[in-house]
Design a protein around this ligand. Structure first.
Ligand code: BGC
Length: 537
């Protein structure tokens, strides 16, 4: 049933699932694995090829599961290993794949390794973590969770030493200098790949090692270990995916592909905020700039592109001036901000303006890279900025206009369903949008289907079509089999354009609307409506 191409990920459509938020099958107010199984047909219908599940392991949930207390088991809220086996079978039966989150950098402080390590200096687990008698080492390492953490060191009275952590203090970093830790992580990888998962989104990759006098990111030791990891996967489980989360500049991320001997894919963090910049400025320059900074990658590797995810819209990969500008434009209220980012969903960021939302998707679905959708963004779900941390973008999936949004029969879900219009479950839900052929859901589904039908859109070479007007992002995607011209107006104003086309006289058809656009004497002349996008063949 599964396509056999070992580089399947290059052309896949990914969908990020927060299991807790997706579908509650047993009425306890928490989404679960059975619930997700019920919704696999929905994902198939949308055109999803691969699911990425946020952490599903036992955890005290102080960082929503990114604080793992047992790597090889399932959180009881979600179900059992047997349930997970069934999820994999049902996913595969539908020709889809599934990757899970692999959090290598740190564990929860509730993990038995940490508990053993802190209680006994002579425990074999002591060396699993990074300890110090003072808090002065590695002072060049930045603090990532700026709003809550004051230091990367926390004093543990039981251990009688400080321990190192790049994220919350409840997430002690593992010590990758310890051979036992390196081996443990390969065991975890072996366990899940042996179980049948199709790969991992590897969390917080740049921070595995620490070295004095550096910023403790992207170190050569980290790359060396990742090569070992890749070799292990490649030899025992060829065709599985390793996807890198490194929130870094393109040249630094480039190193994580290596010579196709580290990761198969990596998220493109610098491109994402620049889509929002370009839309607000009505100017393609931020996008062309990000792509110019993007070095070529090995043939079998691929960028993972996205508009939003489960975290804040990170502004780490912009200049300080750009960050201030983005904050002012996109998060006028202070509580919309978090650390170096903006904790809002796609639709509210884009003023719930259908034209802008579709245009953003048009960019991400027609530029190079494999696109990732964040659950709920396919129907334009809203957020709840009154919830703490990043919970506001992790609210229950809105399936129908019903109490509990068709997500749960419980009267109190894990966090409230969005109540306020225009984003309430009554106004924004899957059932309503599926029944309405003019809905966002249908537009997105059509775009996904087109991307699958036209190889040029997935893997074609990209050539920019010269256009003097800065609001126009126009490019040709060309494969051996076909070519598609994508023409987009990023501005709120109508823009007349005249673009050169090789075929001196031809008729181009817009794949989106079916409208015919004439080319005369090698020129395409058209006035683009505000935020209009055309996919022409
Ligand atoms: C994840 C976050 C998480 C952090 C620490 C990230 O990069 O995306 O959600 O809080 O890693 O594990």
């Amino acid at each position: 049933m599964l396509p056999t191409d070992p580089t399947w990920y290059k052309n896949a459509i990914f969908y990020e699932v927060y299991v807790r938020a997706f579908k509650d099958s047993n009425g306890d107010g928490h989404g679960d694995i059975h619930g997700l199984v019920e919704k696999l047909d929905y994902l198939k219908e949308l055109g999803v090829d691969c699911l990425w599940l946020l952490p599903i392991y036992p955890s005290p949930l102080k960082d929503d599961g990114y604080d793992i207390s047992d790597y090889c088991s399932i959180h009881p809220d979600y179900g059992s290993l047997e349930d997970f086996k069934r999820l994999l079978e049902e996913t595969h039966r539908r020709g889809m794949r599934l990757i899970t989150d692999l959090v290598m950098n740190h564990t929860s402080d509730a993990h038995p390794w940490f508990q053993a390590a802190r209680s006994d200096r002579h425990s074999p687990y002591r060396d699993y973590y990074v300890w110090s008698n003072d808090d002065r080492q590695y002072s060049q390492a930045r603090i990532i969770f700026l709003d809550t953490e004051k230091s990367n060191w926390t004093w543990d009275p039981l251990a009688g030493q400080y321990f190192w952590h790049r994220f919350y203090a409840c997430q002690p970093d593992l010590n990758f200098d310890a051979p036992a830790v390196q081996a443990e992580m390969l065991r975890v990888v072996d366990f899940w790949l042996g179980f049948g998962v199709d790969g991992f989104r590897v969390d917080a990759v740049p921070y595995l090692f620490e070295r004095e006098g550096t910023n403790c990111e992207n170190l050569p030791e980290t790359h060396a270990y990742l090569k070992t990891l890749r070799r292990f996967v490649e030899e025992k489980y060829p065709g599985r995916l390793l996807l890198c989360e490194a929130n870094q500049w393109p040249q630094d991320v480039r190193a994580y592909f290596g010579e196709d001997d580290e990761f198969n894919m990596a998220f493109h963090f610098p491109l994402m905020p620049r889509v929002f910049m370009a839309l607000k400025q009505g100017d393609r320059t931020p996008i062309t700039w990000a792509l110019e900074q993007t070095p070529p990658i090995p043939e079998n590797c691929q960028w993972a592109t996205f508009l939003r995810n489960h975290d804040e819209l990170t502004l780490e990969m912009v200049s300080p001036e750009e960050r201030q500008w983005m904050w002012a434009q996109y998060s006028p209220e202070m509580r919309m901000r978090l650390n170096l980012g903006i904790r809002r969903r796609l639709a509210p960021l884009l003023d719930n303006d259908r034209r802008k939302i579709e245009l953003a998707y048009s960019l991400i679905f027609s530029l190079p890279g494999a696109p990732f959708l964040y659950y709920g963004d396919e129907i334009g779900m809203g957020d709840n900025i009154h919830l703490p941390d990043r919970n506001g973008v992790r609210t229950p999936m809105q399936w129908e206009d019903a109490p509990g949004a068709g997500f749960t029969s419980a009267s109190v879900p894990y966090i409230p369903v969005i109540q306020a219009d225009p984003y309430s479950a009554g106004s924004v839900n899957v059932a309503g949008q599926k029944a309405d052929p003019a809905s966002l859901w249908h537009s997105l589904r059509a775009m996904i289907a087109l991307r699958k039908r036209y190889p040029a859109l997935r893997s074609g070479e990209l050539t920019w079509i010269p256009c003097p007007h800065p609001a126009v992002a126009a490019y040709l995607r060309r494969s051996n089999a076909d070519q598609v011209a994508v023409i987009q107006n990023l501005s709120v104003k109508p823009v007349p354009v005249e673009l050169p086309f090789e075929n001196s006289s031809a008729e181009l058809t817009d794949l989106i609307t079916g409208h015919v656009v004439p080319v005369q004497n090698g020129r395409l002349k058209i006035t683009l409506r505000p935020y209009e996008y055309l996919w022409l063949v």
